[in-house]
Design a protein around this ligand. Structure first.
Ligand SMILES: *[C@@H]1O[C@H](CO)[C@@H](O)[C@H](O)[C@H]1NC(C)=O
Ligand SMILES: *[C@@H]1O[C@H](CO)[C@@H](O)[C@H](O)[C@H]1NC(C)=O
Ligand SMILES: *[C@@H]1O[C@H](CO)[C@@H](O)[C@H](O)[C@H]1NC(C)=O
Ligand SMILES: *[C@@H]1O[C@H](CO)[C@@H](O)[C@H](O)[C@H]1NC(C)=O
Length: 301
């Protein structure tokens, strides 16, 4: 009887523990993005005098929404799994923003942005902040896993009175493989295409950013180059094998038909004329060259 009672208590306890564990792990089983869902982009706020990052009262790095695009009236955002070209014109470059642009293109500070790895429910955001899970070493606390960093490598040059900014940018986003973690961001990067003519910027101008967004369904980067030095296609492989065979055949024919008879002939001559044609002649010439070079250098000193 006591055994049974203990067993029941044990089962109840086990059930309760499992429940508690599930509740504790709730953030790990967040649903992923659906295709087409919007992904907000936020960037590190920086001081305009030194370009240093700004932290809030609790020591967290202060991320603020990407500037508003004139085209949409909203901050720049990505759409999960949607490849498209997005125009984002930042309407009026004020003095502080101009100084930040100077830091970015002069590589004093990167344009550090981030996107949520999975959609963040508002309740989770609140919980993270209330729990005070602040890690002062990187200032991101436990939220750092919730976001994926996105460095925008903005290229340009600093001029005396103005800036040249390469405003055409490529954005590459890797989703985690669907079988591993559906709807989850694995990596993202953005970079200026410096080859294109830059845009001249002064305070009060607008900044016409042109993003080309491409998505990859897993973390491996496909080869994008099919010419010389690129990946080996089947036809390239067949071509290589065939030409290798053909040149081998030519070599064999040459050796058998021309070189071998000649060698046989001269071998016969050598035997007749003794060893006057020494095999070490080549070495002698090489040594002479080496000595001459060494001597010349020594003399110059
Ligand atoms: C960014 O930091 C500056 C300087 O502390 C502050 O004036 C500004 O309001 C911040 N930007 C946002 C959007 O919070
Ligand atoms: C941005 O939008 C405002 C109002 O919506 C408009 O007056 C302005 O001309 C636009 N600027 C650009 C560069 O499109
Ligand atoms: C973006 O702007 C360029 C001109 O700068 C224009 O040619 C292109 O059609 C625009 N693209 C979109 C998607 O609006
Ligand atoms: C990753 O996705 C590409 C398609 O872009 C596919 O060809 C490749 O096989 C995938 N790699 C893995 C490891 O699943």
């Amino acid at each position: 009887m006591l055994d049974r009672l203990l067993l029941v208590i044990h089962l109840v306890l086990a059930f309760y523990t499992t429940l508690a564990n599930c509740a504790a792990q709730e953030p790990l089983i967040l649903p992923g993005y659906k295709v087409g869902e919007t992904i907000p982009v936020s960037c590190l706020n920086r001081t305009i005098d030194t370009g240093e990052h700004i932290t809030d009262a609790s020591g967290q790095l202060s991320y603020i929404p990407f500037p508003i695009c004139n085209e949409t009236g909203r901050p720049f955002e990505l759409l999960f799994g949607v490849e498209k070209d997005i125009n984002c014109t930042i309407d009026f470059i004020d003095d502080p923003f101009f100084h930040l642009l100077e830091f970015y293109v002069h590589n004093d500070a990167p344009l550090t942005c981030r996107i949520p790895t999975k959609p963040i429910p508002p309740s989770l955001l609140m919980k993270e902040f209330e729990a005070g899970t602040t890690d002062n070493t990187d200032g991101q606390g436990s939220l750092s896993e919730v976001y994926t960093p996105m460095i925008v490598a903005l290229a340009g040059t600093l001029q005396l009175s103005h800036l040249h900014v390469s405003t055409n940018l490529n954005v590459l986003v890797h989703a985690a493989a669907k079988s591993v973690a559906p709807g989850t961001i694995a990596a993202v990067t953005a970079y200026s295409v410096s080859r294109d003519p830059p845009t001249r910027i002064v305070i009060g101008d607008n900044l016409p950013l042109r993003f080309s967004v491409r998505w990859y369904p897993n973390t491996s980067l496909p080869s994008g180059w099919t010419g010389v030095g690129g990946h080996l296609t089947f036809s390239t492989l067949v071509y290589c094998i065939l030409s290798a065979l053909a040149s081998a055949a030519v070599c064999v024919a040459y050796f058998r038909g021309v070189e071998l008879p000649r060698r046989l002939k001269s071998h016969g001559k050598d035997r007749l004329g003794g060893m006057e044609r020494g095999g070490l002649g080549g070495y002698g010439i090489a040594n002479g060259n080496g000595n001459g070079y060494g001597y010349g250098v020594g003399k110059r000193d």
